[in-house]
Design a protein around this ligand. Structure first.
Ligand code: VGL
Ligand code: ZN
Length: 197
């Protein structure tokens, strides 16, 4: 069975010193590089926002980073400005092996965020990744990267819902973990049939 490694958002802004640093975010680089040779395909995702993006707290009056707000598609966490297209923060961590088959960018529409590699946060606008994987005959996915409780979580749940056989390697992931989000994410992934290793 064709098995792909899906590497989520291993970018400077999610690593120590970055705008939305995930604790220990850079620690995933070495294990991910080491895993790459074990797969038939390697796909990277890149969080890729316009400088003015509705998920940024800076675009909302009286809001601070990590507050939530109601968007047309439901509740949304507001983030510090991060992964702005073309900036150093949006680049992959310099140690990451980027010799991948595909780089899929997400979050490029101003009015909607996209945690998942498959669907934007309205849960229905597709990124095109499902078609890519299915047309290559990829049925099995191992997911790693940042952050466990947001983009890894949403990508894994969507992948399982779309019928892929999904494993998340938690040793090659790190979490933001705000207000119990990591425990909730693990619960949701398990409920969706995702294997956590
Ligand atoms: C992410 C928050 C905002 C992630 C991306 O990669 O988990 N989290 N944008
Ligand atoms: Zn983002």
């Amino acid at each position: 069975m064709t098995h792909a490694l899906l590497v989520i958002d291993v970018q400077n802004d999610f690593c120590p010193g970055g705008a939305l640093a995930v604790p220990g975010g850079d620690e995933v680089v070495a294990p991910i590089n080491a895993m790459m040779t074990d797969f038939d395909a390697v796909i990277l995702t890149q969080d890729w926002h316009p400088a003015v993006h509705s998920s940024f707290a800076s675009q909302h009056d009286d809001k601070n980073p990590f507050d939530t707000t109601e968007m047309h598609y439901g509740e949304q966490v507001l983030w510090p400005d991060h992964c702005v297209q073309g900036t150093e923060g949006a680049n992959f961590h310099p140690g990451l092996n980027t010799h991948a088959d595909l780089v899929i960018r997400k979050g490029f529409r101003k009015d909607i965020d996209s945690y998942s590699a498959f669907f934007e946060n309205d849960r229905e606008t597709p990124t095109g990744l499902e078609g890519y994987l299915k047309s290559r005959g990829i049925a099995k996915l191992t997911i790693v990267g940042l952050a466990t409780d947001f983009c890894v979580h949403y990508s894994a749940v969507d992948a399982a819902r779309l019928g892929f056989d999904v494993t998340v390697r938690t040793d090659a992931c790190r979490a933001i973990d705000m207000e119990g989000s990591l425990a909730a994410a693990k619960q949701a992934m398990k409920a969706a049939g995702v294997k956590l290793e």
